[in-house]
Design a protein around this ligand. Structure first.
Ligand SMILES: Cc1ncc(COP(=O)(O)O)c(C=O)c1O
Length: 417
């Protein structure tokens, strides 16, 4: 047995010694160090909307690195790419009068949204509003703020005390949220929800749920935060999930596809009412920010990724990819190979029968050249680049079909997870 490598991998067994070494990518295809090609059915990790190998982004990044790789934006400092990107995001934002706070990841974006929600409540005279309501299942990241509101108990195990004042309700149960508001509506700072739950298992909202959250927040003076780290930038066939479902949030977190992962970047869209609360006192200082908030090279990558998304009509393409994927998965469900197909736009999942293990299915799919992602033991997820070809969408479905046909009832499990 070889020793584990120097790199301690995220979301992996610390004792693991075997890894799949990806060396290059083009479009929806990535290649490993043995020359094997795979359809990247997950846009890497729910982020590579514009596809791999984009020379335009490489050029924009190289140009910015040569001019000014980085300079901080605390206090009075700013830079052109950060200002331009924020202007572009405000122009497409799903809320009027917005401003943009920038981070380097989705977890930082969620922590920032929680802090901004509480701060805005406090400075408008409601400091007792500390409670954040979130859902189970849900995924909001791994920093203590994002982790505390995440509705996946296993991710919190052994990490000690979480942020207090978090209340969780089942993801599809609006009545449960009504009860929380009835009991402590005057102490709720915000509700946080993914328009379509992604890494928590791929669950679209039940009809009326997001509208109900908006109504409850309005009635009780709480902010509505949409965590759009996966949903934004075309994944659901619109710039934002908020737009897709016609519900206006107060704060929106984003990351991932804002640069398609070429350089890490995230942020928070701060809508009019929150912004007004923060701007009301000219002496207030926002004592929150990251070294790399507004990093010019990351923002240059973001500007180019947005330009590609617009130029190539990827919002429209998402709907077509989703329809093809959904049709394939539904036919597997109709034939009894999988228990169900669920999703929206271009993010879908196969719900497996109890006799099939999701990680074993992922392993089997790798051998037929498709990288999908297991969630828990019963879900295999798909979130392909929005440049994937129809043939490669079909390969994803065929690979899943072959894997579940072989594995159903075999008791096979993965030794990777
Ligand atoms: C909805 C959502 N929020 C937050 C995060 C955390 O983002 P990051 O991994 O960039 O910290 C993720 C990551 O998958 C996510 O899907």
């Amino acid at each position: 047995m070889s020793a584990p490598p120097a790199f301690l991998h995220p979301f992996a067994k610390p004792s693991a010694t075997e890894f799949l070494r990806i060396v290059s990518g083009q479009g929806a295809i990535v290649t490993d160090d043995q020359g094997r090609r795979y359809v990247d059915a997950m846009g890497s990790l729910w982020y590579c909307n514009v596809g791999h190998g984009r020379a335009e982004i490489a050029d924009a990044v190289a140009q910015q690195l040569r001019k000014l790789a980085a300079f901080h934006t605390f206090e009075m400092f700013t830079n052109d790419p950060a200002d331009q990107l924020c202007q572009e995001l405000v122009a497409i934002a799903p809320v009027p009068d917005a401003r943009i706070f920038l981070t380097s990841s989705g977890s930082e974006a969620v922590d920032s949204a929680i802090k901004l929600a509480r701060l805005a409540q406090a400075v408008r005279g409601e400091p007792q509003r500390q409670v954040i309501v979130s859902r189970r299942p849900s995924y909001h990241g791994v920093t203590y703020g994002g982790l505390a509101v995440t509705g996946l108990p296993l991710n919190q195990e052994h990490f000690g005390a979480m942020l207090p004042d978090v209340v969780q309700t089942p993801h599809d149960d609006l009545a449960a949220v009504e009860v929380v508001f009835a009991e402590r509506g005057d102490r709720i700072a915000a509700v946080i929800a993914e328009p379509v739950i992604g890494a928590g298992g791929v669950y679209p909202p039940v009809p009326g749920y997001l509208e109900g959250l908006r109504r409850l927040c309005d009635e009780h003076g709480a902010w509505l935060i949409f965590d759009e780290v996966i949903c934004a930038f075309g994944r659901l066939g619109a710039w934002w999930g908020a737009e897709r479902f016609g519900v206006r949030p107060d704060l929106v977190t984003f990351a991932k596809a804002v640069t398609s992962g070429y350089v890490p970047l995230g942020g928070v869209v701060v809508g009019g009412p929150v912004r007004q609360a923060l701007e009301a006192d000219p002496d207030l200082v926002l004592r929150h920010g990251h070294t790399y908030s507004g990093h010019p090279t990351a923002c240059a990558a973001g500007l180019e990724a947005l330009a590609i998304t617009r130029r190539e009509g990827l919002l429209d393409r998402a709907g077509k990819i989703g329809e093809r994927l959904a049709t394939g998965l539904r036919s597997l469900a109709d034939d009894g190979h999988i228990a169900e197909a669920r999703g929206d736009g271009a993010v879908w999942a196969a719900g497996l029968h109890p006799d099939t293990d999701a990680a074993a299915v992922r392993d089997r799919m790798l051998t037929t050249g498709v990288i999908a992602r297991p969630i828990g033991t019963a879900t295999v997820s798909f979130c392909p680049p929005l440049v994937i070809s129809d043939d490669d969408v079909d390969r994803c479905v065929e690979s899943l079909h072959a894997a579940v046909t072989e594995l159903r009832g075999s008791g096979a499990r993965s030794n990777r997870t």
